[in-house]
Design a binder for this molecule. Structure first.
Ligand code: UD1
Length: 362
């Protein structure tokens, strides 16, 4: 059985790696790894292939950046050709980026079965491009592999038949647990002169947070205030870097707010595990901090991953400076416990997905 496994952007790589490893170990599913090229910088893509021991992509579509329509359109045109030529039995897409949407649409139109890994997450916020990507991908998918129990309700409410839904757990956690030991050997803390639990780690890249300078300024000022208590380390996404560099007057620099280039997977996991506090607007980091028991403040007004709040270490803090600082102080005063690990976030999700696929394609 031939499976086209699609990756495009940074958060896809750690979701595809466990599947490729499982397929290769068992030998029944023949993976064709397709990289759309949505992310292309060395530190947004190549370093993840190395860290996650992913094989070189079989096919690279070179889509690059653009408006949503340009990017999605370019990926669709290139991927349509691949599907016609390579004739995969199934197309596996992960997450919620434009590459996920583009390739599931191509699959549906070419009558090739589509599997969506990380299906059924909903923020109920259609201003978020990822919410549109999730909804369209799910409705078109023959296999909806979910990470969390409420995903089934979300999918059924939108008319997805229950036979298409498979609760398999969180594949991103497969990578986290698999690479945790190796990540501990990373030299990132020494390199930056950081102490265990002696710093805060920040990631911000959502258009709603960084593209509006006023919103971003509020979060920035909160970071500056937090940095008076402990160093704040901020690996800066290229989208965010452009905004910071374009308005140096607004975004005041401080030695304890340390802007660094994006870092690879192993360094990031290391930095995450030892942080006293994480401030983020990422989806996946809400999940990783939950498993690592690290307090996470999410600079958003909603989350498609409510289980990280119900069971884990996540708190939604929005984008207001005072609210972020207050919540950070609570964490630093030791006011937040460890939380629990959600069901099936156990490192065995790729195995469960492969079981389902092998059963349906005997
Ligand atoms: C995309 C995903 C988002 C995900 C994020 C992780 C969509 C709609 N968004 O957002 O869900 O959380 O990836 O990073 O798919 N750029 C570079 N080099 C790169 C990649 C991007 O310089 O390798 C710059 C370009 O200026 C580009 C901008 O970043 O225009 C945004 O990239 P894009 O892929 O459109 O979206 P992200 O913001 O990265």
């Amino acid at each position: 059985m031939r499976a086209a496994v699609v990756v495009g952007a940074r958060p896809n790589f750690m979701k595809a790696a466990p599947l490729i490893r499982e397929f290769r170990t068992r030998g029944k599913v023949d993976p064709l790894l397709v990289h759309t090229g949505q992310h292309y910088d060395e530190n947004m893509s190549k370093i993840f292939f190395e860290d996650l021991e992913l094989p070189e992509p079989d096919l690279y579509l070179g889509a690059g950046s653009g408006t949503h329509a340009e990017q999605t359109g370019k990926i669709m045109v290139a991927f349509e050709e691949i599907v016609a030529r390579e004739k995969p039995d199934i197309i596996i897409v992960v997450g919620d980026v434009n590459s996920t949407l583009a390739c599931s649409l191509v699959g549906a139109k070419q009558l090739v079965k589509v599997a969506h890994v990380e299906s059924g997450l909903r923020s109920f916020d259609l201003t978020m491009p990822e919410e549109v990507n999730r909804m369209v991908t799910d409705i078109l998918s023959n296999f909806c592999f979910t990470t969390s129990p409420e995903a089934r309700e979300n999918l059924e409410r939108e008319g997805v038949d229950s036979e298409r839904i498979f609760f398999v757990g969180n594949i991103m956690i497969d990578s986290l647990l698999f690479y945790l030991k190796k990540a501990e050997r990373s030299g990132i803390l020494d390199g930056l002169g950081l102490r265990e639990k002696g710093y805060a780690l920040v990631t911000l890249h959502r258009p709603s947070n960084v593209d509006d300078p006023e919103v971003f300024e509020g979060i920035w000022n909160a970071m500056l205030e937090i940095s008076e208590s402990l160093p704040v380390v901020f690996p800066v996404h290229p989208r965010t870097r452009k905004v910071i560099d374009s308005d140096t007057g607004r975004f005041r620099r401080s030695a304890d707010l340390r802007l660094i280039d994006p870092i690879g997977y192993l360094d990031f996991v290391r930095a995450l595990k030892s942080a006293a506090l994480v401030l983020t607007d990422s989806g996946g980091i809400q999940e990783e901090t939950t498993v690592l028991g690290v307090p996470c403040l999410t600079a958003r007004h909603n989350t498609e991953r409510p289980i990280t709040i119900e069971m884990g270490t996540n708190v939604l803090v929005g984008t207001d400076r005072d609210r972020i600082v207050t919540e950070a102080r609570k964490v630093l005063a030791g006011g937040r416990g460890r939380g629990n690990i959600p069901p099936l976030w156990d490192g065995k999700t790729a195995g469960r997905i492969t079981d389902v696929l092998e059963k349906h394609f005997p």
